[in-house]
Design a protein around this ligand. Sequence first.
Ligand SMILES: [Zn+2]
Length: 290
Amino acid sequence: MRKAAILLILLLLFPFQASYAADAPPAGLPAPREEVAVLTYHHLEPSSTGKHLTNSAVLPVEEFSWQMKYLYDNNFYTMTMEEMKEFLAGRFNPPRRAVLITFDDGYESNYIYAFPLLSRYSFRAAIFVIGKKPGDEYGGTGPVTVGASVPNRHMTTYQIKTMLRTGLLEFGCHTYDNHRLIDGKAALTVLGTDVIREDLLRFNNTLGMVGIPVPSAIAYPYGAGSKNAVEAASSMGYRLGFTVHSGYVHPGDNSMFINRFSIRPGDGREYFTGVVNGNWKPPEKVTPKE
Ligand SMILES: [Zn+2]
């Protein structure tokens, strides 16, 4: 009886430890990671087009395909943006090895090639779209989005909504019209807070008008965030900001300057598996010899 009373007191004193133990992964499975790799893709094309040979933002579909299969075969967990937010705040632990899959620019090729594969594996992913389209109409089907690095079609509103309905894809902001350079520098590193905010407001309104949920995550064009961009985005309700700085993401990291790994053509299997398995190391700084 006395033993039971002590146990009860212990349980009352340490309820979190008890529940933490219950959440621990079963023996034999890898422990939840303390770091997560965010993967960045852009445009996809079959390798036969040869476009990947001259543009590092074009990944052959075949490479994307084996990468997704690798993640699936090795039981990777694909995170949502909300889970990333909670992970950064230390409130979410992925149940197993995890990645966050992202795409920048909103190319139609994501819909044509990536979406079927992501659906097959029930993978979650986020696509950062640009608001402005030729003719200034969101969901246009013109050949180029202002400032985008690859002149190709961008996804339409219909395609975005089709992907949204699956619950697997979500959409983030890649600015309305600030995917551009000003005097050779990324616009967001040059413009003032008010101007950046105005552009984001236009982005949000454009999505709102066509019935696409307004996001709370932004990927800075060229990965280049700035103090002004963070200030503007935060004031507009954005809670996550993604760069293209290579490195893992850990709980406690700055949620407006999140690292991402760019996945480029020809990176190879070793690089990719190293990144997602937590074996990537920052390149050593070479100090020039005197
Ligand atoms: Zn971009």
